[in-house]
Design a protein around this ligand. Structure first.
Ligand code: DGL
Length: 275
């Protein structure tokens, strides 16, 4: 394991490109930090896999990023956080992990109609983190849930405004609007990439909650508390790894985050290509 210091990179991990919505927020808040992103695209989508299988994938991915010398790992995937956040914290008690949980709390605070829609994968809805936020924060609101089957794949293909993508979103969101939902929670890190389309469908009056900026602030707090925040000036580097097809990810990055960084395949890692 490499020695960790303030100039070590931050690791960010997702099943695919969804965690780039978190990468974007971390990059904006902490521009000087070096970032290593890992997309487990050989295994995407995670959303319908059993939680114990996702947990194994997440342990391997976190191990890979720790092996790259990361000083903190963001599990930028609600599904992997539901399956593995508690587990990796027990496995590596001294290492800082930041995870995702559906943003039911801010939604419950902001809704005026008392009706909140949550879009997330089916594994996230079945996991312990969702049950816990519902129990803690959803007393006075009514929640409507939708899994948006096929949406993660559409986003993985870069089809952010294709007719099929619109159909999936309409099927999820229109019934919620009819019920009076005025706040939508992005409970899957892929989904903020289709917020423009959601706005077309739902109109500007509906609040759409993307938790990425709050997660980036949490990353900063955790690094500060451990004296690991990089104080340098300028712009840090970003590396992108995938267990899938590097060329495919490389082609998609400009569309999603406007970058031109080189994509590496992590075939030296525990997350093997053949998996
Ligand atoms: N981006 C992931 C999440 O936040 C999961 C998508 C998937 O692989 O199904 O849940």
């Amino acid at each position: 394991m490499k020695t960790i210091s303030a100039d070590s990179p931050i690791g960010i991990y997702d099943s695919g490109v969804g965690g780039l919505t978190v990468w974007r927020a971390v990059r904006e808040l902490l521009p000087a930090e070096n970032l290593i992103y890992f997309a487990d695209q050989a295994k995407v989508p995670y959303g319908r896999r059993p939680l114990d299988e996702v947990r194994e994938l997440a342990v391997a991915a976190c191990g890979f990023l720790m092996g790259q010398g990361c000083k903190l790992v963001v599990i930028a995937c609600n599904t992997a956080s539901a399956a593995a956040l508690k587990y990796v914290r027990e496995l590596w008690p001294d290492f800082p992990f930041v995870g995702m949980e559906p943003a039911v709390k801010p939604a419950a605070e902001q809704t005026l109609s008392g009706k909140v829609g949550v879009l997330a994968t089916s594994s996230t809805f079945h996991g312990p983190l969702y049950a816990s936020v519902v129990e803690r924060f959803a007393h006075d609101v009514q929640l409507y849930q939708a899994t948006c089957p096929g949406l993660v794949q559409q986003i993985e293909n870069g089809s952010l405004d294709a007719p099929e993508t619109r159909q999936i979103l309409e099927a999820a969101v229109l019934p919620m609007l009819e019920e009076g939902v005025d706040t939508l929670v992005m409970g899957c890190t892929h989904f903020p990439f289709v917020i423009p389309l959601i706005r077309q469908i739902a109109g500007d009056a509906v609040r759409v909650i993307d938790p990425a900026p709050a997660v980036a602030r949490q990353v900063r707090r955790v690094l500060e508390s451990r004296d690991l925040l990089f104080e340098g000036e300028g712009f840090g580097k970003s590396l992108f790894y995938t267990s899938g097809e590097p060329k495919k990810l490389e082609a998609l990055l400009p569309k999603l985050i406007g970058g031109e960084d080189e994509v590496f395949r992590n075939n030296d890692a525990g997350v093997a290509l053949a998996m």
